[in-house]
Write a protein that binds this ligand. Structure first.
Ligand SMILES: [Zn+2]
Length: 146
């Protein structure tokens, strides 16, 4: 993959996040509640279906939010959307990581092609910024305080 196609792909993915506001995390559960007495439905064993959004938090905590039946479709969509946004962010992160590696390797190659005379023994981990600061010093090797 070239740098250009990686950047194009990343920006394309990022643009889909602009619609990312409609998200919910958790799982949708349907449970049945029963009244103690005086309800014919419950007496027949049918009970009342109740939709619940169950959300887990770190530390084994969770919160449950009961929903009106008409809220279920939009909640399902928002849950799905959250997964998509998460996957998109992961893909973007992966591409950025690739670009970071590409940048690093290219700057390494540039250095290899034209090693600064006095600094050829410098650690490859030294950033170009710091390195130029070192090289600007006549003593070379004693980092300049900036
Ligand atoms: Zn009932």
């Amino acid at each position: 993959m070239t740098r250009e196609s990686a950047i194009r792909k990343r920006d394309q993915l990022a643009s889909t996040l602009a619609r990312g506001g409609d998200v919910l995390r958790g799982s949708l559960l349907e449970r049945t509640t029963f009244h103690g007495s005086g309800c014919p439905k419950c007496a027949r064993g049918e009970g009342h279906p109740q939709w619940v959004l169950n959300v887990n938090y770190p530390g084994a905590k969770n919160r449950q939010l009961s929903l009106r039946p008409e809220q279920v479709p939009q909640t399902r969509k928002a849950l799905k959307r959250f997964q998509q946004v998460k996957e998109t962010l992961e893909a973007i992160r992966e591409l950025n990581q690739y670009l970071l590696r590409l940048d690093r390797d290219e700057s390494r190659e540039r250095e290899a092609r034209s090693p600064p005379a006095a600094c050829s023994a410098a650690s490859p981990m030294a950033s170009s910024l710091r390195k130029s600061a070192i090289c600007g010093n006549p003593g070379c090797g004693t980092p300049t305080k900036r």
